[in-house]
Design a binder for this molecule. Structure first.
Ligand code: SAM
Length: 313
């Protein structure tokens, strides 16, 4: 029995498809929705604009599977299953696989090759994972994806926003993004994406995957990153996480500027100086020199102080 669900074009109130994101990536994603051809995917042409680099190396497929913190009772949400390089392997290990693919020809091929997998024809950025979990009668699922690299960051933010519905994840991404996600303070890669990822999860790079493992080979090295979806400070993050990340975005707005100059348009200068001094930090520090905890400390001091905020914070 297979369940092949064409969700594109169905209104946001139906099922697990949320309202259109309207991002700058829409044009590329929409290409996946057009040219409806019921060709089996093996006959379909590849769409480089949709980030289609298929994992053909069997050894890396096995290594990836072994490295995933997957449990037999998990329901897996697979992002971009493509031609199913990992889909069957995941299905052997987990309770169920629900695969979300934007390319109609690929989705049709998957339906034929993996009749026991539920295929959702949709843009992952529009998928509501909480609704998927409700439909499956579960609280949380496991997310796997060999991500389409043209939207790695939007996908990560979409997943972090829905972290309550995700137990754990294993994502293959460009190693440059993996380095940003797992970066330590004081390094070149440390920035907004790092803080967001490390606030909401515990990311860990498992290993890198060379371009030759994919067909066609991408221009960059890839890396598998696993994420345990556990917030750094659970209660504080639940109450304050989104506001804090708005603050962090301002802190890193211009990487060459120090923290004080990035924040001065939003808070009174004296208050920022005071908050940094209270935290025993130099006023000349740049944001990347502060750990997540230190950034949270400065944020708390600024927002706690009556009259500290200059604008809506
Ligand atoms: N999982 C397959 C593999 O490992 O061989 C394919 C991975 S390929 C790097 C990325 C896949 O994501 C492609 O199948 C592509 O069509 C799909 N994709 C691209 N954009 C997408 C989107 N917005 N939503 C869902 N799938 C998307």
């Amino acid at each position: 029995m297979w369940d092949f669900r064409f969700w594109i074009g169905i209104g946001p109130s139906t099922g697990a498809l949320s309202a259109a994101s309207g991002s700058c990536y829409d044009a590329a994603r929409k290409r996946g929705e057009s040219n409806i051809q019921n060709l089996k995917f093996k006959l379909s042409s590849r769409r480089p604009k949709l980030g289609q680099h298929f994992l053909h190396d069997q050894r890396y497929r096995s290594r990836i599977l072994e490295a995933l913190p997957l449990e037999a009772c998990d329901v897996v949400f697979e992002i971009g299953p493509g031609r199913g390089a990992m889909t069957g392997l995941l299905a052997e290990r987990a309770r169920k696989v629900i695969a979300i693919e934007i390319d109609r020809a690929l989705a049709q091929g998957l339906k034929e090759d993996f009749p026991y997998v539920e295929i959702i024809l949709a843009d992952v950025l529009r998928v509501d994972f909480a609704a998927l979990c409700r439909e499956q009668g579960i609280k949380q699922g496991f997310v796997f994806g060999n991500l389409p690299y043209y939207i790695t960051s939007p996908i990560l933010h979409h997943l972090f926003a829905q972290r309550d519905s995700i137990r754990s994840m294993g994502l293959l991404m460009q190693s440059e993004v993996a380095e940003r996600v797992t970066a330590a303070p004081g390094t070149r890669d440390y920035g907004y994406l790092t803080v967001a990822a490390q606030l909401y999860s515990q990311p860990l790079t498992a290993f890198t995957v060379p371009p030759g493992a994919f067909s066609p080979a991408p221009k960059v090295l890839s890396a598998l990153v696993t994420f345990q979806m556990k917030a750094r400070f659970e209660l504080w993050t639940r109450a304050t996480g989104d506001k804090f990340l708005g603050f962090v975005k301002r802190c890193f707005a211009q990487k060459r500027k120090n923290l004080l100059n990035n924040l001065v348009g939003f808070y009174l200068r004296d208050r920022i100086v005071q908050a940094l001094e209270e935290a025993h930090k130099s006023v000349n520090l740049r944001a990347e020199q502060l750990s997540l905890e230190e950034l949270a400390g400065v944020f708390e001091r600024l927002t706690r102080a009556a009259g500290g905020a200059r604008k809506d914070n």
